[in-house]
Design a binder for this molecule. Structure first.
Ligand code: NAD
Ligand code: TYD
Length: 341
């Protein structure tokens, strides 16, 4: 039996990872440390909440004393906790530095003092900056970090902290840079769940003006499997890119959603560009494929169809998220975006 401490486990990728891990390793214990910010939702974990192998601790990763206590007897830490949305980082960059940079350093220090066997840090393709739409290049793990947005910069800062703990203290760390995820339980501020749920409500879909900008898309379960392989077989002190090579533009994604839901083109609404809107990210994933034998299993067509269907079937989940506790957020942020067109 191992004990794995997951931070940010009530968010999109963290909750999917906890489901994945508990299914894959029935002997293990899982501790979920999450502050439950606007993005954290315990409903994502309803089916495991009574499971004796699972413990939830509501805490802030910047609280050193609590993190130190939580780390006692822990084998692996997987750090998902973060402020994760570029649009919000434009409005309030400070909280991104606090959670993503300071929070990561505090976790590292707590893990070091507790003698944790592996600290795996969840990073992003976005630390490498952006690519031109016609550029014939993909980011490699050892490319320099050239972040362009407050979110990207905070994630790059966190990576530097992780590597500093490796070089200075010999901490057994690994890092993964993943491309854009999609799947169930994604907070409807990100492109796919926002547009899917808006379309279901016959509300406008706010495409940023540079709607040919594109992203590399991966199903969240393929991300979870990759993290698992890095924990089991990865080399400490190293980083691994995780991606599929499947690129789709904002226009492509919008058309797929409208088509799947049989909704009209007229829902497309062009809004002013996000400040500092990155054009494109693409990862070279040859390292994880050749060294660890990972490859994505979920084809994009199948994965996106299933995901759209999940939002159709879980209307209660996203209606609650979009209203109630989140109403203020949507009033001040989302409706403003439409208002600015
Ligand atoms: P999310 O916003 O859905 O979830 C973040 C979680 O972290 C929430 O549950 C939130 O409550 C928690 N959290 C925030 N601040 C905290 C704090 N101070 N202390 C404790 N918990 C806190 O994010 P996500 O999309 O699931 O992303 C998870 C990780 O993966 C992030 O580190 C993100 O940078 C990275 N990532 C995301 C993507 C993507 O496409 N979503 C791609 C690559 C990497
Ligand atoms: P997003 O889901 O916010 O992820 P990221 O910025 O981390 O890649 O955005 C994905 C793409 O979709 C990005 O090019 C911006 C675009 N987008 C819109 O056009 N409108 C929106 O309302 C959102 C949220 C995103």
């Amino acid at each position: 039996m191992r004990t794995i401490l997951v931070t940010g486990g009530a968010g999109f990728i963290g909750s999917n990872f906890i489901h994945y891990w508990m299914d894959a390793y029935p002997e293990d214990r899982v501790l979920n440390v999450d502050l439950l910010t606007y993005a954290g939702n315990l409903e994502n974990l309803k089916s495991v909440s009574e499971d004796l192998r699972y413990t939830f601790i509501r805490a802030d990763i910047t609280d050193f004393e609590v993190m130190k206590r939580a780390m006692q007897g822990v084998d692996f830490v997987v750090n998902f906790a973060a402020e994760s949305h570029n649009d919000r980082a434009v409005l309030d960059p400070g909280v991104f530095v606090r959670t993503n940079v300071l929070g990561t350093q505090i976790l590292l220090e707590a893990a070091r003092q507790a003698g944790v066997k592996r600290f795996h840090h969840i990073s992003t393709c976005e630390v490498f900056g952006d690519l031109a739409l016609d550029e014939d290049r993909a980011f490699k793990e050892d490319d320099a970090y050239v972040p362009r947005t407050p979110y990207n910069a905070s994630k790059a800062g966190a990576n530097h902290e992780v590597m500093a703990y490796f070089h200075t203290y010999g901490m057994p760390v690994t890092i993964s840079h993943c491309s854009n995820n999609y799947g169930p339980y994604q907070f409807p501020e990100k492109l796919i769940p926002l547009f899917t749920t808006n379309a279901l409500e016959d509300k406008p879909l706010p495409l940023f003006k540079s709607s040919a900008n594109r992203r590399e898309w991966i199903h969240v379960d393929d991300h979870s499997r990759a993290i698992d392989m890095i924990l089991q077989k990865g080399t400490v002190g190293e980083a691994y890119n995780i991606g599929t090579g499947v690129e789709k533009s904002i226009e492509d994604i919008t058309d797929i959603i409208l088509d799947a839901l049989q909704k009209p083109e007229s829902l497309k609404t062009y809004v002013p560009d996000r400040l500092g809107h990155d054009r494109r990210y693409l990862l070279d994933t040859s390292k994880i494929r050749s060294k660890l034998g990972w490859k994505p299993e979920k084809g994009f067509e199948e994965g996106i169809r299933e995901t759209i269907r999940w939002y159709v079937d879980h209307r209660e989940w996203w209606e609650r998220v979009k209203s109630g506790a989140y109403q203020e957020y949507y009033k001040t942020y989302y409706y403003d975006k439409i208002g600015k067109q």
